[in-house]
Design a protein around this ligand. Structure first.
Ligand code: ZN
Length: 497
């Protein structure tokens, strides 16, 4: 195979693969936004399964590897984008190849069963029901780490699936900083802090809807190259460069929920809308990693829009729609959107406590990956860790070890990306603040300097750089959790102490 043939082959495979993935996304969009009859489930399931399998079958052929090896031999003649494409295709192919097909099939079957079982187990608060599935899933993950290979810790191999290059060594340092500096602050606030006035009552959903065009325009989401819909669990989905869709969910009794989750999804969407045709064509039109994607959503949601400056522009907008805010001032609103208190449920956690929820899961997964923890010990260890880090002990399994879908879905090593992404966000904002007056941009209702910085330093690279290299390029240094820890301490000490 010549270099030109190899390039053509990979680009063709990518193009067809993207069409097949687009079809899966449309299925997903259809089922989450418009719904479907339950009776159609088996046929839909079969069709979705076929599309997924077809992507895999077309990719895992010997000519893919031949093309990768041919291009690796011509490494010095490749453009940066081509080299990144070869790196990504090669890594994915070799990882899949390392797993014995019969084990992979057996695992898929277990996951298919464990998903509905988890729902029933959670409802019945019966850990024993899901335990045999968790045992098989964790056992597979341990074998997976051996098939993939690792240098220091088996968990490193599994983390790498979600965040290339992330290791236990890095995460231990990160979470230690949170344990030492944030966990005491949380407990102190819970005991001594003056809790601000919360936003309570009911807020008409139609009026909430009226706020959204302003909000999405403020963040910079291009509504002409996407669509906004309402769903049960909000997400962002990319069908193509010019079709990046976001979703939201309104709660009558929680005004802030839709506002901040919409900002979050806009952060993801902005990253996708700023990709280029060239990146898309080479299958690099995605975030550098899951954590880097999450950094974009969270820096808008928390650092930029839970700021004092944003409270100043949000309040007049709220007053336009809700008389409730007539006697509120900007400071009250700033404090109300930043209420922090330890809780048991991760997805409801505030900015200050969120990463401690992740730390609980990180320590358990690390122990499971190393074979130091047995699945049967999880309920007690879970409760112990919540008590240690957040000062609360769940007495209900649905609010404890059974609250997350992840393990039942076979997602293991995924949780840390939420926390790492949040911390990437703080490091990026710190670097951005050297050349951009972020507060002034917010006050002027013009985030274009912020978005231009993100496009220039993060978005334009798509997946062509590994997350660790992107971070160094954008901020001048490797991942440094101090920025996040200091940001949290400064902000919440100011708010509460
Ligand atoms: Zn997100």
């Amino acid at each position: 195979m010549t270099k030109a043939q190899a390039l053509t082959l990979l680009l063709e495979k990518i193009e067809v693969g993207q069409y097949l993935e687009m079809a899966q996304h449309i299925f997903n969009w259809d089922s989450t936004t418009t719904g479907f009859s339950v009776k159609s489930l088996p046929v839909r399931g079969a069709a979705i399964g076929w599309f997924g399998g077809e992507v895999f079958r077309r990719f895992m052929t010997t000519d893919t590897l031949e093309a990768v090896e041919t291009l690796e031999a011509h490494d010095s003649e490749l453009t940066d984008i081509e080299r990144a494409m070869v790196r990504e295709v090669g890594t994915t192919y070799r990882k899949h190849k390392a797993v014995p097909p019969e084990d992979f099939q057996a695992y898929k079957a277990i996951i298919a069963q464990s998903q509905p079982i988890w729902e029933i187990a959670r409802e019945k608060r019966d850990f024993g029901m899901i335990l045999p599935y968790y045992e098989k899933i964790f056992d597979y993950q341990r074998r997976l780490s051996e098939w993939y290979g690792y240098e220091k810790h088996p968990y490193d191999a599994l983390l790498d699936d979600y965040e290339r290059g992330l290791t236990v060594e890095t995460l231990d340092g990160f979470f230690e900083a949170l344990r030492d500096k944030i966990s005491p602050l949380i407990k102190d606030i819970a005991k001594n802090g003056n809790q601000p006035k919360a936003i309570t009552g009911l807020f008409d959903i139609n009026k909430q809807r009226e706020l959204m065009p302003w909000l999405t325009d403020f963040v910079g989401y291009d509504r002409e190259r996407g669509k906004v819909a309402e769903v049960e669990h909000p997400f962002c989905i990319t069908l193509s460069l010019h079709d990046v869709r976001i979703t939201t969910k309104y709660h009558e009794d929680n005004l802030l929920s839709a506002i901040f989750s919409t900002i979050h999804e806009c952060g993801h969407a902005l990253y996708q809308q700023n990709m280029t045709e060239e990146l898309m064509r080479h299958n690099l039109g995605d975030g550098a990693s899951m954590a880097m994607h999450e950094s974009q959503s969270r820096l808008f949601e928390n650092i930029i829009c839970r700021s004092r400056a944003f409270a100043g522009i949000l309040l007049p907008k709220l007053r336009l729609h809700f008389d409730y805010f007539n006697d509120w001032d900007e400071d009250m609103l700033y404090r109300a959107v930043n209420i922090a208190r330890p809780s048991l449920i991760r997805i409801e956690a505030d900015e200050l406590t969120y990463c401690l929820h992740i730390m609980v899961r990180y320590e358990l997964e690390k122990g499971l990956a190393a074979g130091e923890i047995k699945a049967s010990e999880l309920p007690v260890l879970w409760a112990d860790k919540y008590e240690e880090l957040l000062g609360l002990r769940p007495d209900d399994l649905a609010k404890g070890v059974l609250q997350d879908v992840h393990w039942g879905h076979g997602l293991f090593g995924y949780f840390p990306t939420y926390a790492v992404g949040t911390a990437y966000g703080a490091q990026l904002v710190n670097a951005m603040s050297k050349s951009v007056d972020i507060d002034a941009a917010v006050r002027n209702s013009d985030l274009s300097p912020v978005n231009a910085w993100l496009k220039e330093n993060v978005h334009q690279y798509g997946k062509s750089l590994l997350p660790k290299d992107l971070l160094v390029k954008a901020t001048g240094e490797a991942f440094n959790p101090d920025y996040f820890v200091n940001y949290l301490r400064e902000k919440f000490t100011g708010l509460y102490c």
